[in-house]
Write a protein that binds this ligand. Structure first.
Ligand code: DC
Length: 222
């Protein structure tokens, strides 16, 4: 049996509730949490800041060697995402950054460049890994695997509510259209497409609350 710390992978499209559910699961289990989308998003922010051509695979992947990307405690006690020394958490969830992240995530050199960093999160007592290819590529040997999804309309409504609550201007029709386009890009890219990983339990959260899904996953783990 593997001596590596246990991993629970939660894969699925944007807005499936993966983020909130994975964080709650990590808290409940007392495990570490990897938000792999935040790595792609932070690289996207770096590309925007440096004015790098995001259609150029070499230019975008080279950035990985030139930036310092960290998850660490903020002065307020929470967890922050740092690009070099700047806390960029407040920029991560904008639609623009999401679009850039999804665009650069198609590049094999970007994906392989971020692989070691993602693997380094597998530490004791365990890891909840949230993303698109956690159970298929990054942690194929994970002990527990979940694929979480919801309808595009439902995901759009959730995303819209989140943005409005944060005071960010949003348009529901555009958000649903963006979600559908991003799903298409994430599912059809040749490198690590969004798939239901072998051995994953499929959960549709369209009509379930976050707490219900958390409980469902904990039951599956038992
Ligand atoms: O989960 P998210 O919306 O924060 O992810 C942003 C983008 O990053 C998403 O469109 C696809 C990409 N991504 C990926 O390709 N692989 C992952 N493991 C996580 C995210």
């Amino acid at each position: 049996m593997s001596q590596l710390p246990a991993v629970l992978t939660i894969d699925g499209p944007s807005g499936s509730g993966k983020g909130s559910i994975s964080k709650l699961l990590a808290e409940t289990l007392g495990w570490h949490y990897l938000d792999s989308g935040a790595l792609y998003r932070t690289l996207g922010i770096a590309a925007l800041k440096e004015g790098v051509d995001i259609t150029n695979e070499d230019a975008t992947s080279n950035l990985i060697n030139h930036i310092k990307l960290e998850f660490k405690r903020t002065d307020q006690g929470g967890w922050g995402v740092f690009l070099n020394t700047e806390e960029v958490g407040h920029l991560l969830q904008t639609e623009e950054v999401g679009r850039v992240a999804s665009t650069i995530a198609v590049f094999p050199k970007v994906r392989s460049g971020l692989l070691a960093m993602q693997k380094s999160f597998q530490v004791k007592p365990g890891l909840v890994a949230d993303g698109r290819d956690m159970g298929s590529v990054v942690f194929p040997e994970a002990r527990y695997k979940v694929y979480l999804t919801a309808s595009a309309d439902e995901r759009g409504k959730r995303r819209y509510k989140q943005l409005i609550e944060k005071g960010i201007n949003a348009n529901l029709i555009n958000i649903i259209r963006d979600i559908e386009q991003r799903d298409e890009r994430d599912k059809t890219r040749s490198e690590s497409p969004l798939v239901v990983p072998t051995g994953a339990v499929y959960i549709d959260s369209s009509f379930s609350s976050i707490d219900e899904v958390v409980q469902q996953v904990l039951n599956i783990m038992k």
